[in-house]
Structures are given as structure tokens and as C-alpha cells.
Design a protein around this ligand. Structure first.
Ligand code: FMN
Length: 214
């Protein structure tokens, strides 16, 4: 490779995370960091890397958009028949990683995913732009397709079927709510001596906090 990858190096100097500013509930800190990412106008502040594991224990990863945070659960929407959907049906354990490079921050979340109620998925589906709703109806997400033309043809045909009507949510499309059991906050610091704080959910329902070595 011609690029000098070893020479690409940056010091992280934007800030620190002090023990004294950690709330008992990690979701309060997550809320604050997400809001700060939005205020800083980072690109796609709600983008989150989702990792799932196949039935034979092999991990896979992709990006989705966080669409809700309610009752302490992280919500995203996708196709239930997609690769991730099939993996979650087998094994609901999941990890989510938010990376806000502009703020030199990342948050890793581990937990269990469950489908949100059909009513909740319907409510979100109705808020999506019309063409995104049609797209969700016609895309057999994660399946091989012959070519782009096939996709476009399906899109046009499906759009014609719903002229003047609300396109309904297909049954195989909806939300997952992730209930976290472990949340780690990482703030870059100079000399690679970053701040890392891990929240672990205890059986009594409280969160235990520990500082991890960078
Ligand atoms: C910025 C970004 C946002 C995305 N948001 C979503 C999303 O909210 N839901 C979704 O199903 N796919 C989303 N995708 C596409 C996924 O990364 C992925 O290609 C798709 O879900 C199929 O993944 P799978 O085959 O591993 O199931 C997004 C991709 C990017 C780059």
C-alpha cells in the first residue's frame, strides 16, 4: 500500500470525562453526549454501528440510525428478514457503537434486542417520507437481486398501487428496542491516556461504575 497509514496520527485534546460529572444513570450522560453531537453538527449524529452474532457464533456489523430512546431503551428500525433480523431471531444479544469523531468520543452499548410493538412500528412508519415507505415495502433487504433496474421497476409498480393512500407498513419491517446491560463512555485524551468509564447493570437494577484503562 502506498499510503503511509502509520503516519496518520492525531492527538485527542477536545476534553476529558471526570468521575465527578458521571450521573448514577448512564442514560442521562448518553442523552447529554447525543445532544452535544447534534449541537456540534457532526455528520449523522444518530448513526450507530450494530453488531449481531450468527447462529454459529460469527459476528457481523452494519450502521443504522437511532430513532428513539424511551424507557431506557435504544430503538432502531429495519427489515426483520434482513441478515441482522435473522441473527437477532436466533440470538437477541447485540452491541451498539456510537462514534462521534468530531468530539473524540465513542459510546459502546451491550444488551438484548426485542421487537417493538406493531403499533409503535406503525407510528414510526407513518412518519417516514412517502418514498422511504415504498422503498421499505419493495426491498428484500440483504437478499441478492438481479440489478438496479429490477429494484426501480418494483418501486414504480408499488408506488402506483398506493397512489392517494397511506402505504402500509409491511409486517417484516419494524423496530428493535435494545435494553442495555453495559454502557461504556470513551473520551479521547492526549498521549492515548483516554478516559473510559464503564456502567454495568447490577441485579438490583442500579448501575455500577468503573474506570477502565485506555
Ligand atoms: C448512515 C447509515 C444509516 C443507515 N440506517 C439504516 C437503518 O436505520 N435501518 C436499516 O435497516 N439500514 C440502515 N442502513 C443500511 C445498513 O447499514 C445495512 O446495509 C442494512 O440494514 C442491511 O444490513 P444486514 O444485511 O446486515 O441486515 C444505514 C446505512 C448507513 C451507512
Amino acid at each position: 500500500m502506498k499510503i503511509n497509514l502509520a503516519g496518520i496520527r492525531q492527538e485527542y485534546t477536545k476534553g476529558g470525562l471526570r468521575e465527578s460529572e458521571l450521573p448514577d444513570n448512564p442514560l442521562l450522560l448518553f442523552d447529554r453526549w447525543l445532544q452535544e453531537a447534534i449541537d456540534a453538527k457532526v455528520n449523522e449524529p444518530t448513526a450507530v454501528i450494530v453488531s449481531t452474532v450468527s447462529a454459529d457464533g460469527k459476528p457481523s456489523t452494519r450502521t443504522v440510525l437511532l430513532k428513539g430512546l424511551s424507557d431506557g431503551k435504544f430503538i432502531f428500525y429495519t427489515n426483520y428478514d434482513s441478515r441482522k433480523g435473522k441473527q437477532l431471531a436466533h440470538n437477541p444479544f447485540i452491541s451498539l457503537s456510537f462514534v462521534w469523531h468530531e468530539l473524540e468520543r465513542q459510546v459502546h452499548i451491550e444488551g438484548k434486542a426485542t421487537k417493538v410493538s406493531p403499533k409503535e412500528s406503525d407510528e414510526y412508519f407513518r412518519q417516514r417520507p412517502y418514498k422511504s415507505r415504498i422503498g421499505a415495502r419493495i426491498s428484500p433487504q440483504s437478499q441478492p437481486i438481479a440489478n438496479r433496474m429490477q429494484l426501480m421497476r418494483r418501486f414504480v409498480q408499488e408506488a402506483a398501487r398506493w397512489v392517494g393512500r397511506e402505504a402500509e407498513r409491511p409486517e417484516n419491517w419494524g423496530g428493535y428496542a435494545v435494553t442495555p446491560t453495559r454502557i461504556e463512555f470513551w473520551q479521547g485524551r492526549p498521549n492515548r491516556l483516554h478516559d473510559r468509564f464503564l456502567y454495568t447493570l447490577e441485579p438490583k437494577g442500579n448501575w455500577e461504575i468503573s474506570r477502565l484503562a485506555p
